[in-house]
Design a protein around this ligand. Structure first.
Ligand code: FES
Length: 172
């Protein structure tokens, strides 16, 4: 498939959009975050930490196919990483792993990266006190100022309606 800037939608993007990995929610998560981007799409991530590593990560989105692909790839990149590395997965890493996206939808990778980072920040801020919390809900502007050390506002246990139980095809 080709788009306006003539960059192709890669086979990897199509695969992750059609078969998203680790589609949540994730029970027993130690951190979570939900962000609505300027496009109006919302993404939510859950992370579970054991022995300093992310052992499970899941996401949901009500967004487009590319947001599904970006969320899926972000979970694949983060799983198994030490927390600080998972929190550093950015837009560039997600785009590289997908083989790129047309410029007009690169922001989907930014939404995925920001939501993953906010979930890791939530884990650092609250998760180490115990499981079963509501997680973070944030606007895009909040999230752009938030990272592992950043602040974010608003906490909510509300879940996206589209979420199903986790799992899915392997990440390769
Ligand atoms: Fe909104 Fe893809 S267009 S996240």
């Amino acid at each position: 498939m080709q788009t306006e800037d003539s960059r192709e939608i890669t086979a990897t993007v199509l695969d992750h959009a059609r078969h998203p990995r680790n589609f949540g929610p994730l029970e027993g998560a130690s951190g979570s975050a939900r962000i609505t981007g300027p496009c109006g799409d919302t993404m939510e991530f859950w992370v579970r930490l054991e022995d300093g590593r992310i052992t499970r990560v899941a996401f949901t989105t009500d967004g487009c196919g590319s947001s599904l692909a970006c969320g899926s790839m972000a979970t694949c990149l983060a799983e198994g990483m030490p927390l600080k590395d998972a929190a550093a997965v950015g837009q560039k890493e997600i785009l590289n792993a997908l083989g790129g996206l047309p410029r007009e939808i690169e922001h989907c990778a930014l939404l995925a990266a920001d939501t993953l980072q906010a979930a890791c920040a939530d884990l650092l801020e609250y998760g180490l006190r115990g499981p079963g919390r509501g997680g973070v809900g944030a606007s895009w502007d909040d999230a752009r100022g938030a990272g592992p050390e950043g602040g974010h506002v608003g906490r909510s246990g509300e879940r996206l309606a589209r979420g199903t139980s986790g799992g899915g095809p392997g990440c390769v």
